[in-house]
Design a protein around this ligand. Structure first.
Ligand SMILES: NC(=O)c1ccc[n+]([C@@H]2O[C@H](COP(=O)([O-])OP(=O)(O)OC[C@H]3O[C@@H](n4cnc5c(N)ncnc54)[C@H](O)[C@@H]3O)[C@@H](O)[C@H]2O)c1
Length: 254
């Protein structure tokens, strides 16, 4: 499919997992993709993969929690490609814990990357997308915004905020031709999962248990989230506005 020919996109957290898969998919569908990540080397690796397949990228080391860096990221795309059509606010971090067991540092860390990062991404990208004649913003929420997940109190709050700001922004900008939506992934097989399971006595058993609790018996793949992101980025989803697209193997259907 080549639904994104001529589109210029930014993906944050593009150096790993879901962001990497989204960047690759958007490129495969014809977009030029700016890869933004705290980890410049990882983003550079993804850029090489995309270049080998003939795609065009731009790598920009960016901390999504810093306004100046987010403004510079959007500015770099405007300088390089003359406009912006798609913004994917994907960067996120997690912390395990209940409200009593989570420290304030963990709270600040998770809320900052998810909520401030998504806010800043929209703050600088939406005017640019509007100036380009309209386009799409895709924010990364989680099923943790929709159902209670044990031991993820602050993470759930952060993803709930991403969902709420998605809906608010969708209404604010619908008349400008800027569509804002979010994706709520279930448990996706990325390096993130390895970081969680490594904290258990038997990481392999923890991994098997995580898969078993998925109704379809396996992890969601990053490519399945990327397929949804590509749909939301494309004009095929023109009537999808302020939506939360669940890709979770059935977790929230229980
Ligand atoms: N993996 C899952 O099961 C799952 C489920 C639901 C939602 N999500 C969400 O999907 C998104 C991506 O998760 P993933 O599993 O691919 O994680 P990951 O850890 O594999 O990748 C996250 C990337 O974001 C980057 N990053 C972190 N903080 C950043 C910052 N301040 N500025 C710029 N980049 C930063 C990291 O360097 C990394 O490359 C996150 O928002 C996460 O909350 C993941």
């Amino acid at each position: 499919m080549e639904r994104l020919v001529g589109k210029r996109a930014i993906v944050t957290g593009a150096g790993s997992g879901i962001g990497r898969a989204i960047a690759i998919r958007l490129s495969q569908e014809g977009a030029r993709v700016a890869l933004a990540d705290l980890d410049e080397e990882a983003a550079g690796g993804v850029a090489s993969e995309i270049a080998q397949a003939g795609g065009e990228t731009l790598v920009k080391k960016t901390d999504v929690t810093r306004a100046g860096e987010m403004e510079a990221l959007v500015g770099a795309v405007l300088d390089e490609w003359g406009g912006l059509d798609v913004m994917v606010n994907n960067a996120g971090v997690g912390v395990a814990g209940t409200a009593p067991t989570t420290g304030e540092e963990g709270y600040d860390f998770v809320m900052d990357v998810a909520v401030r990062g998504t806010f800043l991404g929209m703050k600088y990208a939406i005017p640019a997308i509007r100036d380009a004649g309209g386009g799409s913003v895709v924010n990364m929420s989680s099923v943790a915004a929709l159902v209670g997940i044990p031991d993820r109190a602050v993470y759930s709050a952060a993803k709930g905020a991403v969902l709420a700001i998605t809906r608010a922004a969708a209404i604010d900008h619908v008349e400008e031709g800027v569509r804002v939506n979010c994706i709520a992934p279930g448990t996706v097989d990325t390096p993130w999962i390895g970081r969680i399971t490594s904290g258990y006595d038997d990481p392999e058993e923890a991994r098997a248990n995580m898969q078993a609790r998925q109704p379809h018996g396996r992890f969601v793949s990053p490519e399945e989230i990327a397929a949804m992101a590509a749909y939301l980025a494309s004009d095929e989803s023109a009537s999808v506005i302020g939506a939360c697209m669940v890709v979770d193997g059935g977790v929230t259907a229980r």
